[in-house]
Write a protein that binds this ligand. Structure first.
Ligand code: PMP
Length: 454
C-alpha cells in the first residue's frame, strides 16, 4: 500500500517545524519520506524510491521485516526495557547466538545502542587491558562521534572542539586507486606504505600504544577494500607492539559483504570486534565482543562501562532474530550472488561512462568513484552529488560521500533482501541519471566554451 500524499499546507508546516531541529552539519534531504517497507520508501507525493542505502547502511533485512515486527511488538507488550543491572533471556540468547557464529575466542559480549558506543567501549577496554592509551586508525576512518571514537575518526568531524584525545595517530588508508605507492603499471605496494606509516607512528608514540581500530572495508571513507593480506600484516604490527586489534564491523557485519563477518575474508581474528548498524537491522543495537581473558583482566583492573540501554531486552531480542534470519536464509551467500549482479551492472555503467573511475567493494557493499578524467583521475567535485540527486528524483536513493582528494563516491548497500530484478532496476535508474546529468553538463560546458563532460 502506498502512503497517501501529504497536502501542500502540511508540507509547508513540515518544513517550518523542521527549523526546530539542530542541524547536524550537513544539509537535510529535501525528500520527506512518509513510509518505508521492504526495499522501498515512499515520499510525501506518493513517489516510490528504491532504497540502495539500507537506510543508513543499517536496515539489513529491508524496512519492516515481518518477523522483526513481531519481535518488536512482543517486546513492547511483554519485555521492553528494564534496569541495566538485570539481565534477561533475550540478552543471553543473543550472546549465545552471536558467539556461536564467531571464532571460539570471541566469547564475551556487551550490548549497547550505537556504533559510537561500541567503539568507545572497545577503545576503553583496549586501554585498560594494555595499560597504553595511544590509538591508531586509518586516514579515511569513521568510528563514531563520541570523544574517544571521534578521536579515532579521521574522515569528518574533528575540527572546532579544541584538542582531540591525546595519542591518536593515523595511517594512510590503503587506497589502491590513488595511493602514492601505486606504481605506473597499476601494482600497489601497500606493504611499503603500511611500513612507512608505522615508522612515523613509532616516531611519535610515547611508548603507550594500545590498539588499532579498523574496518575490513572502509565504508564511510569511500568503500575502500583492504588489499589482500593487509589486515594480517596489520595484526603482525599490533602483536609486535603489544597492541590489540579492534575490528569495527558496523557496516560490514552480518553477511553484507558475502561473509557473515568480513574479517573472515581476511583470515584474521580481531582481539575485539564491534558490531552495530546491521546487527539491529534498523534498530539501535550494537555489540562489543572480546575474549574471556580481555574481559577478565579489564574487570580486575576496574573496568566500568554502563549505559541506560545496556543489554536492553527488546533490541537484543531483535538482534537474536536477525542472527536467526541471516543464518537460516543464508544471507552471506545471497549477498555474494546478488553482489555479482550489482557489480556486473556497475561495471557496465563504467564502460559507458568514463567518469566512473573506479568500481570497488564486495558483496552488497559497492562503491563507484566519479572523476573528471579517468586518465588523470582528477576528482569530480559535484558531479556525483548531481547524479545522486537526479537518481533520487527518479526513484532511487543512493549515498555519495565526498572526501578531500577523492571524487564523489557512491556507496551502494541495498538491503540483503533485495531481489536481482530490483538491483537491475536500481542500476537502470542510475544509468539514466548519469545520462541525464552528463547531457546537462555537456550543454553547460558548450555554452561556456569548455570541453565536454566525460
Ligand atoms: N563505525 C562505523 C564503521 C560506522 O560506519 C559508523 C556510522 N557511520 C559508526 C561506527 C558509528 O555508528 P553510530 O552512528 O551508530 O554511532
Amino acid at each position: 500500500a502506498v502512503q497517501q500524499p501529504i497536502t501542500q499546507e502540511e508540507t509547508q508546516a513540515f518544513w517550518k517545524s523542521s527549523q526546530k531541529l539542530i542541524r547536524y552539519g550537513g544539509s537535510w534531504s529535501n525528500v520527506i519520506v512518509t513510509k518505508a517497507k521492504g526495499t522501498v520508501m515512499w515520499d510525501a507525493s506518493g513517489r516510490r524510491i528504491l532504497d540502495f542505502t539500507s537506510g543508513q547502511m543499517s536496515s539489513l533485512l529491508g524496512h519492516g521485516h515481518p518477523e522483526i515486527c513481531e519481535v518488536v511488538d512482543d517486546g513492547m507488550q511483554n519485555l521492553d526495557h528494564i534496569f541495566s543491572a538485570m539481565i534477561t533471556k533475550p540478552v543471553v540468547e543473543l550472546a549465545e547466538r552471536l558467539t556461536d557464529m564467531l571464532p571460539p575466542q570471541l566469547n564475551r559480549c556487551m550490548f549497547l545502542s550505537t556504533g559510537s558506543e561500541t567503539n568507545e567501549c572497545a577503545l576503553k577496554m583496549a586501554k585498560m587491558y594494555t595499560g597504553g592509551y595511544e590509538v591508531v586508525s586509518l586516514s579515511a576512518s569513521y568510528h563514531g562521534m563520541t570523544h574517544g571514537s571521534g578521536a579515532a575518526t579521521f574522515s569528518v568531524g574533528r575540527k572546532g572542539y579544541g584538542p582531540q584525545l591525546p595519542g591518536n595517530f593515523t595511517l594512510p588508508v590503503p587506497y589502491a586507486y590513488r595511493s602514492r605507492f601505486r606504481h605506473p603499471d597499476g601494482s600497489y605496494d601497500w606493504k611499503s606504505e603500511l611500513d612507512y606509516g608505522w615508522s612515523l607512528i613509532d616516531c611519535q608514540s610515547t611508548g603507550a600504544l594500545a590498539c588499532v581500530i579498523i574496518e575490513p572495508i572502509v565504508s564511510t571513507g569511500g568503500i575502500i577494500t583492504l588489499p589482500e593480506g593487509y589486515l594480517k600484516e596489520m595484526k603482525k604490527h599490533c602483536e609486535k607492539r603489544g597492541m590489540l586489534l579492534i575490528v569495527d564491523e558496523a557496516q560490514t557485519g552480518m553477511g553484507r559483504t558475502g561473509d557473515m563477518f568480513a574479517f573472515k575474508h581476511e583470515g584474521v581474528i580481531p582481539d575485539i570486534l564491534t558490531l552495530s548498524k546491521t546487527l539491529g537491522a534498523g534498530l539501535p543495537l550494537g555489540a562489543t565482543i572480546c575474549s574471556e581473558e580481555i574481559e577478565r583482566v579489564c574487570n580486575e583492573r576496574g573496568f566500568f562501562y554502563y549505559t541506560t540501554h545496556l543489554n536492553d531486552p527488546l533490541v537484543c531480542a531483535v538482534g537474536a532474530k536477525v542472527c536467526e534470519i541471516v543464518e537460516r536464509d543464508d544471507f552471506p551467500a545471497q549477498a555474494r550472488r546478488k553482489g555479482e549482479v550489482l557489480k556486473e551492472g556497475l561495471l557496465n555503467l563504467q564502460e559507458k561512462y568514463p567518469c566512473i573511475g573506479d568500481v570497488r567493494g564486495r558483496g552488497l557493499m559497492m562503491g563507484i568513484e566519479i572523476v573528471l578524467d579517468p586518465e588523470t583521475k582528477e576528482p569530480a567535485d559535484s558531479l556525483g552529488t548531481a547524479i545522486s540527486a537526479r537518481a533520487m528524483e527518479t526513484g532511487l536513493s543512493c549515498n555519495v560521500v565526498q572526501l578531500k582528494g577523492m571524487g564523489g563516491t557512491f556507496r551502494i548497500a541495498p538491503p540483503l533482501t533485495i531481489s536481482e530484478d530490483e538491483i537491475r532496476e536500481g542500476v537502470d535508474i542510475l544509468d539514466k541519471a548519469f545520462a541525464y546529468v552528463l547531457e546537462q553538463e555537456a550543454f553547460r560546458n558548450v555554452a561556456h566554451g569548455q570541453k565536454s563532460a566525460p
